[in-house]
Design a binder for this molecule. Structure first.
Ligand code: PLP
Length: 430
């Protein structure tokens, strides 16, 4: 495969953009390559500027559950463009969007739209602190909740990939109120509550961790988080920026039958445009300005173009509940295929799957905690990634990210992926 144009584009980008990219993981640094630059994408396929075509398992890191450039969600966008792109005063589609989310997620009575997942979690924490009149928050090692200062501690995703789980520039006074506990470890949460019981405003958790690969939370662990926050008058915040509308129509809250106090959304609810949201019990949400004293605002929040893309996406998911069965069936097909390869090559690799979310770890399982996941062999993953790329399969350019499937990934795509994965694993483990 020829990557000449992408290489040139990257050299040019590096002159004007730090690291040549607008989000670190895009640099492909951890897999030892220059990034590919994209020309266009359709369905499950993405095309780079050198004309190479790939089956895409990044799918914009989650928003594109209906695949790239889906005709049904794009339809009508020109009309909205023609009318106007942003008003700074309300539009009816914002209410339609809020109603859809409220109807889909029983723990959400009211929801506020923002522009990213980072804004959603940051605002949710501010609200939790104001509501409880407490200061500290608990997060879990390996969970990523965006890049706001207080949450950039022992984080996941690109911070794991680049070995900077706590960033310089984050003021120590900001993070002294962030307590980091161990994912799936009830004792670590117990200990935190013993020490700071009167001052814990909230626990924020990814109900399925999607930023240290894919790691499922034990049901008992999630139930415990619900109970201990109730007992201590703290709030439970589910960060469903990845899992919302992906794990099921009602997200992880529906799958695990747990009602958090606040839920954060992003990705799918923007259908590929910049969107986030946070919602929860009316009594809590009504503390936000202009009803209450908790300030949070946004020039482009509830933007009509973004609302259109998100609304249409959610509408299609609502009308076609079988989409979730299909996503899971495809994920199982990949999982079983990877497992067969692992067995026949007799290599130490592990597949984690939760519904339609999955990850292939280059290491021996069980991959059920941050410590275990960190034992993965990232060098082997780099080789695997490069071999797959050269065969026209775009996997996430980092070990600690899950694969994103869409309705547009065909059985043929998956079979091809598995065929090439065998060769790539063989080379990576040679
Ligand atoms: N929360 C989770 C679980 C995420 O995976 C992400 C991003 O990947 C975020 C929050 C931050 O969202 P954004 O990148 O839209 O700011």
């Amino acid at each position: 495969m020829n990557f000449k144009k992408s290489q040139q584009a990257f050299s040019e980008a590096k002159r004007y953009i730090p690291g040549g990219v607008n989000s670190p993981v895009r640099a492909f640094k951890s897999v030892g390559l220059d990034p590919i630059f994209i020309e266009k994408a359709k369905g499950s396929k993405i095309f780079d500027i050198d004309g190479n075509c790939y089956i895409d398992y990044i799918c914009s890191w989650g928003p594109l559950i209906l695949g790239h450039s889906n005709d049904r969600i794009i339809k009508g966008i020109e009309e909205i463009f023609a009318k106007g792109t942003s008003y700074g005063v309300p539009t009816e589609i914002e209410t339609s969007m809020a109603k859809k989310i409220v109807e889909a997620v029983p723990s959400v009575d009211k929801v506020r739209m923002v522009n990213s997942g980072t804004e959603a979690t940051m605002s949710a924490l501010r609200l939790a602190r104001a509501y409880t009149n407490k200061n500290k928050i608990i997060k879990f090692g390996g969970c990523y909740h965006g890049h706001s200062d207080g949450l950039l501690v022992k984080s996941g995703s690109g911070t794991l990939t680049y070995g900077i789980p706590t960033s310089p520039g984050v003021n120590s006074t900001v993070i002294e109120d962030t307590i980091v506990c161990e994912y799936n470890n009830i004792d670590s949460v117990k200990k935190a509550f013993r020490e700071y019981s009167n001052d814990i405003a909230a626990i924020i958790v990814e109900p399925v961790a999607g930023n240290m690969g894919v790691v499922e939370a034990d049901l008992d662990f999630l139930k415990y988080l619900r109970d201990i926050t109730n007992e201590n008058k703290s709030l439970l915040i589910f960060d469903e920026v990845i899992t919302g509308f992906r794990l099921a129509y009602g997200g992880a809250g529906e799958v695990y039958d747990i009602k958090p106090d606040i839920t954060c959304f992003g990705k799918i609810i923007g259908g590929g445009l910049p969107v986030g949201a946070y919602g929860g019990k009316a009594e809590i949400m009504d503390m936000i300005a202009p009803l209450g004293p908790v300030y949070q605002a946004g020039t482009l929040s509830g933007n009509p173009l973004a609302m259109h893309m998100g609304y249409k996406t959610i509408e299609i998911l609502e009308e076609n509940p079988k989409i979730y069965e299909e996503l899971e069936r495809k994920a199982v097909k990949l999982e079983e295929g990877f497992k067969e390869h692992i067995a026949s090559l007799d290599i130490k690799a592990t597949v984690n799957r939760v519904k339609g979310m999955l990850c292939l770890f280059m290491g021996e399982g069980p991959m059920d905690s941050y410590d275990q996941v960190m034992k993965s062999d990232t060098d082997k993953y780099s080789i695997f990634f490069r071999e797959m790329l050269n065969r026209g399969i775009l996997f996430p350019p980092a070990q600690f990210e899950g694969l994103f499937l869409s309705t547009e990934h065909s059985d043929e795509d998956i079979e091809k992926t598995l065929e090439f994965a065998y060769e790539a694993l063989k080379i990576a483990y040679n």
